[in-house]
Design a protein around this ligand. Sequence first.
Ligand code: SAH
Length: 258
Amino acid sequence: MFSFTIFARKAKKMTKSTLLTPAKDPMGAAIADYFKHGKAARLRVFSSQFEEDEIPVSQLFRNLDMMPAIEQKALQLAKGRILDCGAGSGCHSLALQEMGKEDVMAIDISPLSVEVMQQRGVKQVVQADFFDERFVGKFDTILMLMNGSGIIGKLQRMDLFFQRAKQLLNVGGCILMDSSDLRYLFEDEDGSFLVDLAGDYYGEIDYQMQYKNIRGDEFDWLYVDFSTLSYYATRNGFKAECLYEGSHYDYLASLSLV
Ligand code: SAH
């Protein structure tokens, strides 16, 4: 009986539509407030694995100069027809347009973010889930930034992610993705590494956000170390390269179709 209940819950989670509605779109509401009023209340982040935290909403509106080197590098390398996947306020799409890389399409599951992106002047914006096969198109670069691997959710979805990317990439195309190795959170002072090898992968985090009284549903967010990412890339016909390492276990990877 007990295991059946779990199965039923899982099945429901897999089949429900992943596009958000405004009533369950806390980050979008924060983005919309900041866009309209130049300020926002606290965007709170909860996780069963960490203490409560918050995302500074102003940082979601960063321009090219304010972006970390990893992101600047990704924007320099992006070429051809570009998909900005999980685009948020549209900061990367706008920076690309300003750099003269005008063929950019921004997608996001957040209806409120999509509206803001349209108003800010992102030329091609669609409310879409990357994993939804009804979203079609061909791109030379798929950009996934601000822990872009997060959208994959769980390690077990890695193959699905690469198969989906294959459908969306032109020959010779590549994914530019940033992520972090969370092992520093589990490392002891002497450098020993305290994870349960039989347990879930240590980069799998559950999150939930709240903005004012808008509380979103819980979602899975994946942080992945470069060697694990390479393993999945290779077995799906992609070549993984670490292009740049940041100062805090973060890195920029290119994943190109071979
Ligand atoms: N890239 C932006 C926003 C990062 S936050 C920046 O760097 O500022 C992650 C964004 O991904 C959120 O706006 C969220 O709504 C969006 N997102 C999450 N899952 C998605 C999916 N499956 N498909 C498309 N967008 C997704």
